[in-house]
Design a protein. Structure first.
Length: 348
């Protein structure tokens, strides 16, 4: 596959992860990247990104081939279909637009040409596309990067980009060999620049459940308590009372619902994966601090539902889920998405 020509790649979501993905794709010279931006569009269109990256160094004014502030409409703009569409927005099915609606103008439901790549956390994220785009190859991107956008257009990547790419199972497609070839081709394009550790991984379910040991537990626990991953390890009783029980529930849910054996050491590994004194904030904590909606349904709700369906007792995850749902409601109220009855004075 070394003779591949430049591929057209549409990246939707130019935030912490999507910008570094666009940078890797463009750096290898095998892709021409169009990056769809939203709140940072004006800043980036005028001045480019200001990037501080442990993989790429310091880049001022960086831009991919094209930046735009709308998802391209293939029909109205008379555009050729992209070879790849990479989705790196937050994935929040409870807040419109859903990612299926977001991508629709660039991906007709009958598509067979474009390969969709989801570099997003969580479980069952491919399921809506199996319904809406049955013949589209959907690839899984499990990212272990640590990246943030502290202000619009400024990207700080302080942990290496490690990316596992595989193909989601899709019984509507004839062979898994062909979808795996596309996954391997994407890895080649993404890794070509030599500044990332991007590899093909055949066991998507295993990769996703393993990452959930972190994301279903530390993300909501840190987001709810306001403590980063260093402080949560120091906080009185938080590891024994919250983090460990939650992680053990995910390990059991992975085994019972998906047959995924994660091994006994995964809990300690995930607790210690971030060096304590880096005081890293998981993306859900960063979102709460910014007043953004949180990805609690895919990171927490889906593994909880799968585990409970398989008969696993998940009391810690259930409480975390209910609190996360209330946090989401708080943001909905702040954004005017829910109306509440007016406050009364006592006796009125
Ligand atoms: N950050 C990290 O270190 C890691 C994140 N992940 C996962 O990667 C995925 C992306 O996360 P991350 O990069 O951190 O998220 P960010 O919030 O940093 O970036 C998401 C970007 O998508 C944009 N976006 C959202 N909705 C739309 C829309 N409708 N149209 C156009 N643009 C849109 C956002 O714009 P706007 O600013 O306007 O909201 C933002 O620029 C998530 O699933 C996350 O869980 C995985 C590993 C590590
Ligand atoms: C754990 C981390 C930082 C990626 O490695 C992540 O997935 C997140 O912050 O949501």
């Amino acid at each position: 596959m070394s003779n591949i020509k430049k591929k057209s790649v549409l990246v939707i979501g130019g935030g912490s992860v999507g910008t570094i993905a666009a940078l890797n794709l463009q750096a290898g010279g095998l892709a021409s990247v169009t990056l769809v931006l939203r709140s940072n569009y004006n800043v980036v269109n005028d001045n480019g990104f200001d990037i501080e990256s442990c993989d790429h160094g310091i880049l001022k004014g960086w831009k991919p081939s094209v930046v735009r502030n709308t998802v391209p409409n293939l029909v109205e703009e008379n555009l050729e279909p992209y070879d790849y569409i990479l989705l790196s927005t937050k994935n929040i099915p409870d807040i419109p637009p859903t990612i299926v609606d977001l991508v629709k103008p660039a991906l007709p439901s009958t598509n067979t040409h474009t390969t969709l790549v989801l570099i997003q956390n969580g479980l069952n994220i491919e399921k809506p596309f199996l319904q809406s785009h049955p013949k589209t190859v959907v690839l899984s991107g499990v990212s272990l990067i640590g990246s943030a956008e502290p202000s619009p257009g400024k990207i700080v990547q302080d942990d290496r980009d490690r990316l596992l790419i595989g193909a989601f199972a899709n019984s509507n497609l004839d062979t898994t060999a062909a979808t795996e070839d596309l996954a391997r081709e994407f890895v080649e394009i993404y890794a070509k620049g030599g500044k990332t550790d991007c590899v093909f991984s055949p066991n998507v379910l295993h990769d996703r459940w393993r990452k959930l040991v972190y994301n279903a537990c530390l993300n909501p626990i840190c987001a709810i308590t306001g403590l980063d991953t260093g402080r949560i390890r120091l906080a009185d009783g938080a590891l024994a009372g919250l983090v460990r029980p939650a992680m053990l529930e995910i390990v059991e849910a992975a085994k019972k619902s998906a047959g995924v054996q994660l091994g006994d050491d995964v809990v300690d590994f995930m607790i210690e994966v971030d060096e304590l004194q880096l005081y890293l904030s998981p993306s859900m904590l960063a979102d709460v601090r910014k007043g953004n909606f949180i990805e609690f349904e895919n990171l927490l709700g889906e593994p909880l539902r799968e585990g409970q369906k398989a008969g696993v007792a998940m009391p810690t995850l259930q409480v975390l889920y209910n609190i996360a749902k209330a946090v989401q409601w708080r943001t909905k109220e702040q954004r005017g998405l829910v109306q509440i009855p007016p406050k009364k004075k006592k006796g009125e």
